[in-house]
Design a protein around this ligand. Structure first.
Ligand code: UDP
Length: 486
């Protein structure tokens, strides 16, 4: 049935968007559909394992490559992914370059004899709606965030918090939610808290593109946040929760005996996995802050000292970011790795996160609460220590700690206005305390671990044949089929 369907996927060029988008392409193709993903040269090179995997398993996936107009947008050459931005000052240029993809995409589509059956577009690329209208192609939006975030944000915007709440630090309750959820303005993403016309225009464009789409695909699953899915269903035309896409992908790769994360800089026989294999179940803390976070060296030192002071083993992913040279110097001066030999392992570069999280030795995840990382931990049954910083990460923290009861806060009260974290203070003692709490062997810790294991089971059921996400995927395909036959 789905073999008649041809999807065009248009992601925003950032790791946390490209990962679920490419997983989605594989999911749709595993139902027999064909999928073309729009990528830029550097991102296509990074993700070419997707094409190898598709070839190895007879999936119909292709990339259509459009040059990223770095120079026209005032970006350094080769700056094609959000994680390659030299500094945050370039963020507006990056958005401008993303918007310039419209024209070449439109031109390419106009030359195609057979138009796609459906465009699946990133919420950050609202211009895709005018392309879909021009060529009369059904369009849905893909959300790589939770329905909890979507519904909370919607209600916060409706209640005009931007104008009505003056204090940055005084908590306010979000109206009309299934749970009592409080935020301060300082924890909200800029678009929800700033009065500037620029932000409200951006938000309006996103909202318009979302509301005019035929529906939204969400990388979540119903059982995780049922009441919030129901709430959000009242906002948009249709919601299909089809996640966690990382788990679909893991099962798919297992089925074809494909080793997944070719991006990763370490492999099964590395120090990291030898270390994990030598540890007792649930005894190691995994620390990773996603693909974009940038820390000051002083903050990283507090983290390092907190990890060292705790009584638990750790794996700490140090990205290749702005302050890593300074951090490296400190680590070397302190002889940190030598001192922590046998207790901790540092990973430089890209870690195979999904694989690490599913190792039985992992007992907790210190995370920045990116949605992909959150879902990956849920799917692995790992409780979390939450260290949110920006974007929708405080929403995810509240879901993890207050609604799902599978997390402990490190204690951040205020978000950073951007991706640099110079104003956020976490002390060594906070890290140590949070680790002790998440690894606690008493009743509270045990309840948290059991709850995480229950959710893991629910996650696996959701993606199995007959499970909610698997059924929603079929319903989505039927919906698109219905469009081409009308
Ligand atoms: N990730 C990874 N290895 C790393 C760092 C990140 O595999 O060393 C993956 C992680 O598994 C997740 C994604 O990158 O799928 C990060 O997305 P998330 O939404 O958690 O955070 P963001 O990068 O948007 O801050």
């Amino acid at each position: 049935m789905a073999s008649q369907l041809h999807f065009l996927l248009v992601p925003f060029m950032s790791q946390s968007h490209l990962i679920p988008f490419t997983h989605l392409a594989k999911l749709l193709a595993s139902h027999g559909a064909s999928a073309v993903v729009i990528l830029t040269p550097l991102n296509a090179a990074r993700y070419n394992m997707v094409i190898d995997q598709a070839n190895a398993s007879n999936l119909k996936i292709q990339f259509h490559i459009i040059p990223f107009p770095c120079l026209q947008a005032g970006l350094p050459e080769g700056c094609e992914n959000l994680d390659t931005l030299p500094s945050l000052e370039y963020l507006p240029n990056f958005y401008a370059a993303s918007n310039m993809l419209k024209e070449p995409l439109e031109e390419w589509l106009s030359q195609l004899e057979a138009k796609p059956s459906c465009i699946i577009c990133d919420v950050c690329l609202p211009w895709t709606s005018s392309i879909a209208s021009k060529f009369n192609i059904p369009r849905v939006v893909f959300h790589g965030i939770s329905c909890f975030t979507l519904f909370c944000s919607h209600n916060i915007a409706l209640s005009k918090v931007r104008e009505s709440v003056t204090s940055m630090t005084k908590p306010f309750v979000v109206l009309d939610l299934p749970d009592r959820i409080e935020f301060t303005k300082a924890q909200l993403p800029d678009a929800l808290k700033q009065d500037s016309k620029g932000w409200s225009d951006v938000l309006d464009q996103f909202k318009k593109a979302e509301l005019s789409a035929q529906g939204v695909l969400v990388n979540s699953f119903e059982e995780l946040e049922m009441l919030y899915v129901k709430g959000y269903e009242k906002v948009v035309k249709k919601v299909w929760c089809v996640g966690p896409l990382s788990l679909h992908d893991k099962l798919f790769l297992n089925k074809f005996g494909i080793d997944g994360d070719d991006n990763a800089s370490i492999h099964d026989d590395s120090e990291c996995f030898n270390f994990l294999n030598s540890r007792k179940p649930c005894s190691v803390i995994y620390v990773c802050f996603g693909s974009m976070s940038r820390f000051t060296t002083s903050l990283l030192k507090e983290l390092a000292m907190g990890l060292e002071a705790s009584n638990h083993a750790f794996i700490w992913v140090i990205g290749k970011k702005v302050c890593s040279q300074e951090l490296e110097e400190w680590l070397a001066e302190e002889n940190f790795e030598e001192r922590n030999k046998g207790k901790g392992v540092l990973i430089r570069g890209w870690a195979p996160q999904v694989k690490i999280l599913s190792h039985p030795a992992i007992g907790g995840f210190l995370t920045h609460c990116g949605w992909n990382s959150t879902l990956e931990a849920v799917a692995a049954g790992v409780p979390m220590i939450t260290w949110p910083m920006f974007a929708e990460q405080f929403f995810n923290e509240k879901l993890i700690v207050q609604v799902l009861n599978i997390g402990v806060r490190v204690g951040i009260e205020v978000g950073v206005g951007n991706m640099e974290t110079e104003h956020v203070l976490v002390k060594k003692e906070d890290v140590e305390k949070a680790i002790d709490k998440i690894m606690d062997q008493g009743v509270e810790g045990e309840q948290r671990r059991n709850r995480a294991l229950e959710l893991k089971e629910m996650t696996h059921k959701a993606v199995e044949e007959g499970g909610s996400s698997s059924s929603n995927c079929k319903l989505f395909l039927q919906h698109v089929m219905g469009q081409i036959h009308n």
